[in-house]
Design a protein around this ligand. Structure first.
Ligand SMILES: [Ca+2]
Ligand SMILES: [Ca+2]
Ligand SMILES: [Ca+2]
Ligand SMILES: [Ca+2]
Length: 471
């Protein structure tokens, strides 16, 4: 596997762009959304999960790495590692727990610093809240029993972040099962007490067979938040099992009295995210994995009543303008999906990992594409395709690197353009690595591209799979 150096700078930076950067540094950063800024310095911070990391001698105990944003982007010298062995964090490192398999940022106690809630592979291990401060994350508050994809968002629209929690769904063959779920209304105190515990589902959604006030039909995993019905309340984007091998990608609409389900497409199960692709004020759900070969992407447009039942767009790499060589079967278009406005025109870009794409004759080296939004939906026009052999991207493409495992559009340099942070979990014998490519008014540039692996962070290396999820 290719060696990824320290915080490597792209070697193809142009002098005129270097001076533009210097000029940019004299301007103040566009203040980051509080929900993304753990230390309150105005720059969004990036969190990378390493669920395979060995901690205190326990294999796959797991950890997360926080790299703080700055005018120069991510700074590996300004980082923080959090595991169950970190002082103040409740519990202890446990083999196979995969702490950091999921996590979410947001200001749960309303003090102006984003907090981080971290989940595990094992729901019964619970989640942990780390509290943001000017010095970074501090303390640790246990949330017993709800270790599956905890998600922060303002679900009732009162400007105070809330917390959606999922427990262990157990198993029951081919049928959906009852999965414990809890909705905590913020603010949440440092002792782990919410202002109120709400029913997870709105009463109209109750269903005697599988749902109740405190459960959902599952197994379900939450993938993020968006506002698909434009009512100012954040909605959960999630995937749930419907039975007989069918997974559905849906939205749970936020309300003052719990969520209501808004049905999205059934598919084989890739990744999903939402953002306002067509700029009409409703976030749109972008789902990968629409065909047997995981090579199709579906856009489900948001509307006043939730996800539209009939306004949908399907595309694959034959989309006009999609760059790169003609695809072979099974490249896994959309191995990761991140949707957010990079260019600043009010229409979200869509980042798609293609983790099994070949780079020349190197199979499964992986790649990532950035496509633009337009009034009509996702367009191939002006899109970009990058891999580790692209000029300016640190590292060298190698077989089975699977670049594009996870991705997150987060503005880590505070210039108002979201930057593409993307991982390869297979890099360097599955230690994993994360790349950060800068966003601009027209798309992505490889100028000042950076990358780091666990060794650059002084973190456990072997099999860590750093970047399994990034946010
Ligand atoms: Ca920050
Ligand atoms: Ca806080
Ligand atoms: Ca909403
Ligand atoms: Ca940026």
């Amino acid at each position: 596997m290719a060696t990824v150096g320290g915080l490597t700078t792209g070697v193809f930076a142009h002098p005129q762009q270097a001076s533009a950067t210097e000029h940019g540094e004299q301007q103040s950063a566009k203040k980051a959304d509080v929900a993304e800024d753990l230390n309150g310095d105005g720059f969004a911070d990036l969190v990378s999960g390493a669920p395979g990391g060995t901690v205190s001698g326990k294999a796959k105990a797991g950890y997360v790495a926080v790299t703080y944003g700055s005018a120069k982007g991510l700074d590996t010298a300004n980082k923080q590692l959090v595991s169950r062995s970190t002082s103040g964090v409740p519990g202890s490192a446990t083999a196979e727990q995969e702490f950091g398999k999921s996590f979410s940022k947001g200001d749960l106690d309303g003090d102006g610093y984003a907090d981080l809630v971290i989940g595990s592979a094992d729901a019964s291990s619970g989640s942990v809240i780390l509290w943001g401060s000017a010095k970074g994350l501090t303390g640790g508050t246990a949330i017993p029993g709800f270790g599956t994809t905890p998600q922060i968002g303002d679900f009732d629209g009162d400007k105070q972040a809330d917390l959606a929690l999922l427990g262990d769904p157990g198993s029951s063959g081919d049928d959906p099962v009852k999965q414990p779920a809890a909705l905590w209304k913020g603010p949440v105190t440092r002792s782990g007490t919410p202002a109120k515990k709400l029913d997870f589902l709105d009463r109209s959604e109750w269903d005697d067979e599988n749902n109740s006030a405190t459960s959902i039909s599952g197994p379900s995993t939450v993938r993020g938040v968006a506002d698909v019905n434009g009512d100012g309340r954040q909605d959960l984007t999630f995937r749930r099992y419907e039975g007989d091998g069918v997974y559905s990608s849906d939205a749970l609409l936020g309300s003052p009295s719990g969520f209501t389900v808004s049905q999205g497409p059934d598919d084989g199960g890739g990744d999903l995210d939402a953002g306002d692709v067509d700029g009409d004020g409703y976030d749109d759900l972008v789902v990968s994995g629409g065909s047997d070969l995981f090579d199709e992407v579906t856009v489900v447009f948001g509307a006043k009543d939730g996800l539209s039942a009939d306004r949908r767009q399907k595309f694959d790499q034959s989309l006009e303008g999609f760059p790169g060589e003609a695809p072979s079967d099974g490249e896994m278009l959309g191995s990761c999906v991140s949707v957010a406005d990079v260019t600043g025109d009010g229409r979200a870009e869509v980042a798609l990992g293609i983790r099994w794409k070949n780079s020349g004759d190197k199979s499964d080296a992986g790649a990532v594409a950035l496509l633009h939004g337009s009034d009509a939906g996702v367009t191939g026009q002006g899109s970009q395709l990058l891999d580790q052999d692209s000029p300016g991207v640190p590292g060298v493409a190698e077989e089975k690197d699977e670049f594009g495992a996870a991705c997150a559009l987060v503005d880590v340099d505070g210039d108002g353009h979201r930057d593409l942070n993307v991982s390869s979990t297979q890099e360097n014998d599955s230690s994993g690595a994360v790349w950060s490519l800068r966003g601009t008014g027209t798309g992505l540039t490889t100028d000042d591209a950076a990358s780091f692996g666990p060794s650059d962070l002084g973190a456990p290396v072997d099999g860590a799979q750093l970047g399994s999820s990034i946010r």
